[in-house]
Design a protein around this ligand. Structure first.
Ligand SMILES: [Zn+2]
Length: 439
């Protein structure tokens, strides 16, 4: 079997599609996350907006109306944003670096297992406390660093099944606290995946959470149908074939229910044969037409003209997907594609290649082909293999941006190769200190 899952992102109620663009200023007691955290801002974190995006979209984490404006821009211009599962600050940074290189927005997401890993596997995860702490910690890292890289970031969490709801409750509590202080939620959005439950229960729980999330301007991604394959310990390799394909009537049932919630912003992950993981060619049968049929059906129910695309779809299981299926899906309103397995591989492949190239320098602290007394510190410094991993991951992500037609979306143009402040006489003379940020 192969993998790919597609979710549909519904752009909330029809009226939400036409909400006027607002500026980033809100009743917020801070300017940027960098200000709030006392991190000096040098360069693009100060950008008020981007040349090619709606003015509400700014460097850093985007939420609420800015998020809706960004998704609408993607739908209208026909691109999708890569959503990458991250497990450490290193994988987050690789994403930010790739987004800046691609001159594009990016979505950074944590699964419950990834969030727990972010906290450290040495921490007790009883009642998902480590997964909550790790997700919140990762969120603050993303908030601090996204501005420094000058890219807009959608901060999201991945599949949350019924048993994981305490994890969701903990993250929502953190956002509610953040909202009181800053007028926006800590996270941009979360995914609820109740696709294993009966449809009615799936919808009921989503409505309950949508009500809580809408109060702080958050977006909900929900799943219909099942993503096959295996990811983050959830195994759907034996799923019923017909559950891998969502029906338009189901998309409508969810849409109708969620639209009744005031200020609802939601997306629907509708399965169209998607499978998590990468398998041999020919083992995954994607049917993007399901998305097209859903758009037509929902448009009719909403009384919208033919050819409307009221639903924004999310493509789960993007790794290993055929470019033709990806592009066809974007044509039917896919604005987000999840990519995990392929970036996992690229991260590892960077380490593998580094070790292969430097193997003779990595067998002990002292002694290499240049001499029995030569020290190897600069080879086994963890930064070396980790940086190799980040580079390989960022390179793979560039391909994802290209596949999704998401290059040059911000309009900032090519980015400079980053150089550390220590190497820049300009910044040294300006008083930059050791340990300051790359510029
Ligand atoms: Zn998924």
């Amino acid at each position: 079997m192969q993998k790919l899952l597609v979710s549909a992102v519904l752009l909330g109620s029809a009226s939400a599609l036409h909400v006027p663009v607002t500026s980033r200023s809100r009743p917020i007691t801070m300017g940027t996350a960098a200000d709030d955290m006392g991190i000096p801002c040098v360069g693009e974190c100060d950008l008020p907006s981007y040349p090619k995006l709606p003015p509400s979209v700014h460097p850093g984490v985007v939420t609420g109306q800015a998020l809706m404006d960004l998704l609408k821009d993607a739908k209208e211009k026909g691109y999708a944003i890569p959503a990458v599962n991250c497990v450490t600050s290193s994988s987050v940074n690789a994403c930010l670096e790739a987004a800046r290189k691609a001159d594009a927005p990016i979505m950074i997401q944590f699964s419950s297992g990834g969030a727990q890993f972010y906290a450290g596997k040495g921490l007790d995860n009883k009642d998902y406390t480590a997964a909550i702490a790790g997700a919140v910690s990762g969120a603050y890292h993303v908030r601090a660093m996204a501005e420094q890289y000058g890219v807009p970031v959608v901060l999201h969490t991945d599949h949350c099944a019924k048993k994981l709801l305490p994890w969701m409750d903990g993250m929502l509590a953190a956002s509610e606290r953040y909202y009181k202080m800053h007028g926006e939620p800590l996270f941009s959005s979360h995914m609820l995946d109740l696709s294993e439950e009966p449809l009615e229960e799936n919808i009921d729980i989503c409505v309950e959470y949508m009500e809580r999330m809408a109060k702080m301007d958050m977006l909900l991604e929900m799943e219909l149908g099942i993503t096959g394959g295996e990811e983050d310990g959830v195994n759907n390799e034996d799923a019923n074939q017909e559950d891998l394909y969502t029906k338009p009537e189901e998309v409508w049932a969810v849409t109708k229910a969620l639209m009744k919630v005031p200020n609802a912003k939601f997306t629907i992950a509708a399965a169209f044969g998607n499978v998590h993981g990468v398998y041999a060619p020919g083992n995954v049968k994607l049917t993007p037409k399901i998305l097209k049929n859903s758009q037509a059906y929902i448009s009719e129910q909403l009384g919208m003209p033919q050819g409307s695309m009221p639903v924004s779809f999310v493509f789960h299981g993007g790794s290993g997907s055929d470019i033709n299926d990806i592009r066809e899906s974007i044509g039917y309103g896919v604005i987000k594609m999840n990519i995990d397995t392929d970036t996992q591989w690229s991260y590892w492949d960077g380490i593998r290649a580094y070790e292969k190239e430097n193997r003779d320098y990595l067998q002990g602290q002292i002694g290499n082909p240049e001499g029995a007394d030569k020290p190897n510190k600069k080879y086994y410094d963890p930064r070396m293999p980790i940086r190799a991993a980040e580079k390989a991951c960022a390179k793979r992500l560039m391909q994802a941006f290209e596949d999704l037609k998401c290059v040059g979306v911000l309009g900032l143009g090519d980015s400079k190769e980053p150089s550390n402040v220590l190497a820049s006489s300009v910044y040294r003379e300006a008083g930059a200190r050791k340990g300051a940020l790359p510029v």
